[in-house]
Design a protein. Structure first.
Length: 77
């Protein structure tokens, strides 16, 4: 388990109307399969899936109550 705090400019927080928010990240073995499961259970995808060099394959999702989270298939190595 890892945690951290990251400073962002107000304009980078447009989806949260400029307010800070929690952004949980869940490690998954297969990002694309996780996204398919999210959408088949009433969630949606805001971004991705896409590859982030040195990080892995990720997607920003919303659950059916519009809470956002990330699914991340970590890069191997």
């Amino acid at each position: 388990m890892h945690g951290g705090v990251m400073g962002l400019r107000k304009e980078d927080l447009a989806l949260a109307n400029g307010r800070p928010y929690w952004h949980p990240v869940f490690a998954v073995p297969d990002c694309d399969a996780a996204v398919a499961q999210v959408t088949s259970n009433g969630g949606s995808v805001q971004m991705g899936p896409e590859d982030a060099e040195g990080v892995g394959r990720l997607a920003v999702c919303l659950d059916p109550a519009n809470a956002d989270f990330v699914v991340l298939q970590p890069a191997e190595g």
